[in-house]
Design a protein around this ligand. Sequence first.
Ligand code: ISC
Length: 388
Amino acid sequence: MTVSTPPPIPMRAPLPGDVPVPLPNGCTPATVVIGTPTHTLLADGDDEQTPLTSPLTALPDQVADALHQPGMVAAGLITFDAEHSRLALSSTPRWSAPLLAPYCFRCRHPSWTITPDPEPAAYLAAVRRAQDMIATGPLRKVVLARSLRLEADRPLTIKELLAHLPSPNARYIYAAPTSEDASLIGASPELLVSRHGRMVATTPMAGSARRSFDPTVDQARALALQTSGKDLHEHRLVVDAVAQALAPFCEHLYVPTRPQVTATPTMWHLSTPITGRLRDPSACSLTLAAALHPTPAVCGSPESLAREVIDALEPVDRGFYAGLVGWQDAAGDGEWALALRCGVVSGTSLRLYAGAGIVADSDPEAELAETSAKFSTLLRALRVHTDL
Ligand SMILES: C=C(O[C@H]1C=CC=C(C(=O)O)[C@@H]1O)C(=O)O
């Protein structure tokens, strides 16, 4: 199916207090940009340093060796399969205030042609196949993703795409090169892990509902999510796996018994903020990330079986989607978000990815709709109004 998009709607006028996002100054396609609720990091690799491209398991040692002076950071991306990474080594990272609300009401947005890959019917068939496996074997959950290929009528710039992503409750806004001529760009809600001194934090998410522009409907959806047996089960699998992976590193780990409902601009999610104190302060943020990734928020349960099912049922390689985006400094502190609600941009092309956790009680049509809702994080930023 190919869909041409309708003309863009105008953005809201700027509000008092809005200021332009701090990107225009010295942000190139090679810059790793990571915006969090508390700060923004812009990191360019040092001239003499090539990016690290090793598997996740090798990164804790390699990054410790490479960050030989205080103030240096390694920042960038790690693939879903954890086999590859692309981390820039920077001795002059720039830290600044959070990215603010979008400040654009005169941009000329491109026109797009959009092609689902796979087609929705093929995604539905994959979900049903996964449910057959869940019904007959040890598989309990698998996250199945699909993608949209977008073609613009002119070349795209990272800066223009990024300028439209910030919003008051978008948590991790990012752009980072995946190769010489392509970048991953997105707005993820989910923190895989952060480490600051001995303090460790993670906020696993699973269980989702699309938000509504009608406040009454919006609240009703959040309430329904909080009491949905299917979503609470899907969520519990992630929390248990995360708590189990972190426990050996921590002398204290606080795991709330019930999830909360967290809003992004487009979705409600069940989320559980877990905090801990490291037993061994030498465990750096990448060591913790390697122990956790991939959680059942992006893979499934049991993990190795879910990986096989993903390989068998997803026709498009995930690459950096559902991998990690983040940074680590010379002290071993850092934060790694899951690379979700994102797309790979290259020239005039953009490939978006979105997945949904499939469990025994999943309704395939609802899971397809959930992936459509997740696409809308980026589609809305691109001023594309369609439901695929
Ligand atoms: C896999 C994705 O979302 C994960 C994160 C939050 C909620 C999820 C869910 O409800 O299925 C997913 O586990 C995605 O956005 O592509």
